[in-house]
Design a binder for this molecule. Structure first.
Ligand code: GLU
Length: 499
């Protein structure tokens, strides 16, 4: 690999949020670019398929990449973190190459209407339809005349019948028989190029040296290599990344979300944005996805991006499928939350609160940092929010869980209520409201009633949150403040007479 020449690309189609598999492709390309001095990552938006275009997906993909911290190097305005390239703005370039292929006799106009093609497909045994090259093929003049008459004319590439061999950096030599490939469309009837043509032209013009993409594109590579040969282009090195599977062996796909919803289950996180909303740190997600098909060769798993840059090798990417182990990801997240600096953790937490439009987002930095400290050891920001949000909500929104009422306040003939009755005047009498004074106050109540700490702390927890889960009790009360605590304890006591 010539160090200074490495140029890779990430080429998403704007069809929705960035899928975690797409993020892995982006990351591996980014790692290669960073690994080699002078290496460059080009971001190319493949937006020529107008039918599949999903409104708004482009800003979403860009914001997902930025959230992950994967910056691209180059765009039309060369230099720095600029770009990306948009294929939809390069129509004339593609048309020039289609014209060249037509004139060289390496492509031809095809005049079948979509209805005629559908009829041919229907007549062929299921799944076996292959476009049959017409004989003789329409001439350029006939094609242009038909187009002028308003007929839906496409341009097809004259596929060679010889075998096409590609050397894949991961899979080794792959040979595909050209005879099994039909003369595929390179320009649609609306004049727009297909993915194959635009991709091949851009890989050449953008000087791409290595194409790393998902294995689902392996089937496209013989077409691309044939097109490169016909156009006199170089063939980049190819590396097709292993497919990502769920732990149950099914392929991880966007449809998993719909399937879960149909079963009445919580949809799994699939897109990068899902993980952001669910409260993962980008550091943890990136670290985790870097291992989807790659390993360092020793036992090192948790590493920063810089460490991954230092260790990444295309040759070390696995051939076999990768498994998406969500428990492992959660464990990574738990560790990363303790590994990053408090300032970084706070920044990431604020981003989480913002994307979720959480009521907690209006809290000041000191308060949020305090919440993070007392919840240390958490698995995700969502868990932190689930525990802490009620402390910042209006007192009247506390909902008492029937189970907590029964198990903590009402049990043993209302022992929990009795505890609250004892502790309330003590809390009312506190002049200073700190973890230390609260600790003393509750200890006094325990001693007075000859109870263990949990027997007093748990009723208080239920009284102020409505549930049995909260951050440590003294911190919880400090965050709530004296008026809030007293208010909520009184509201809980008011439930004593209700059955
Ligand atoms: N636009 C294609 C995709 O999103 C990229 C294919 C490629 O990398 O060549 O799957």
């Amino acid at each position: 690999m010539s160090a200074s020449l490495v140029r890779v690309r990430f080429a998403p189609s704007p069809t929705g949020y960035l899928h975690v598999g797409g993020a892995r492709t982006a990351l591996f390309n980014w790692l290669i670019a960073r690994r080699t001095p002078g290496g460059k990552l080009v971001l190319r938006i493949e937006d020529t398929d107008r039918r599949r275009h999903v409104e708004d997906s482009l800003p979403k993909i860009l914001s997902d990449l930025r959230w992950l911290g994967l910056a691209w190097d180059e765009g039309p305005e060369a230099g720095g973190d600029c770009g990306p390239y948009y294929q939809s703005r390069r129509l004339e370039i593609y048309q020039r190459y289609v014209k060249q292929l037509l004139e060289d006799g390496k492509a031809y106009y095809a005049l079948e209407t979509p209805e005629e093609l559908a009829a041919m497909r229907a007549a062929a045994p299921k799944g076996s339809f292959q476009y049959r090259r017409p004989s003789p093929r329409p001439t350029i003049e006939q094609g242009e005349a038909a187009r002028k008459q308003g007929r839906p004319v496409v341009v097809r590439f004259l596929m060679s019948e010889e075998d096409v061999a590609i050397r894949d950096e991961i899979l080794g030599p792959v040979v595909l028989s050209g005879a099994e490939l039909e003369d595929f469309v390179i320009q649609k009837s609306d004049g727009w190029p297909t993915y194959h043509l635009a991709c091949v032209v851009d890989d050449e013009l953008m000087g791409i040296t290595h194409v790393l993409r998902g294995q689902e594109h392996l089937i496209n590579s013989p077409k691309h290599v044939s097109l490169q040969q016909a156009l006199g282009f170089r063939t980049p090195a190819y590396a097709h990344l292993p497919i990502i599977f769920n732990m149950n062996g099914s392929k991880m796909s966007k449809r998993d979300k719909e399937k879960a919803l149909a079963r009445g289950e919580t949809p799994p996180e699939i897109d990068v944005h899902d993980f952001r909303v669910a409260g993962y740190l980008p550091e943890a997600l990136l670290n985790f996805i870097s291992l989807l098909g790659w390993s360092t060769g020793d036992d090192t798993e948790q590493m920063s991006l810089e460490e991954a840059v230092g260790r990444f090798e295309i040759g070390a990417i696995n051939k076999s499928n990768a498994k998406f182990d969500r428990d492992k990801l959660l464990a990574f997240n738990t560790d990363w939350a303790q590994r990053v600096s408090p300032a970084r953790l706070l920044e990431a937490f604020k981003d989480f609160l913002a994307v979720n439009d959480s009521p907690m987002r209006s809290q000041d930095d000191d308060t949020l940092a305090y919440v993070l400290r007392i919840c240390a050891g958490f698995r995700s920001f969502r868990d932190v929010e689930a525990k802490a949000a009620i402390l910042f909500a209006p007192d009247e929104t506390v909902e008492y869980s029937p189970k907590a009422l029964k198990k903590v306040l009402r049990k043993k003939e209302g022992q929990g209520f009795a505890m609250l009755e004892d502790v309330l005047p003590r809390l009312e009498a506190l002049a200073e409201w700190t973890t230390e004074t609260l600790e003393q106050c509750i200890a006094d109540s325990c001693e007075q009633q000859d109870r263990k700490l949990g027997e007093v702390a748990q009723p208080i927890r239920v009284a102020v949150t409505g549930t049995t889960i909260s951050p440590p009790i003294y911190d919880t009360l400090v965050l709530l403040g004296k008026p809030g605590t007293l208010n909520r304890v009184r509201s809980a006591l008011a439930l004593k007479e209700q059955e």
